[in-house]
Design a protein. Sequence first.
Length: 73
Amino acid sequence: MRKQVARRQLLGFLANLPRCLAAMEARASAHYWAREIEKLGHQVLLIAPRFVRLYFKANKKDACDAEPICFHP
């Protein structure tokens, strides 16, 4: 799924999805968001930035960061 969602709309968007695995890079506010997402019933996987960085294809942008996180083993 390739959909851009504003931060204030994220929880509402995730609440309408079937239960799934949400993976994200473990950065500054990731633990807060992980707790909020888990409250919605999703499973959350936090990946250390050093492992995500191995898969980067381009410069640092949120959209460029998301793809390597999706394919992290």
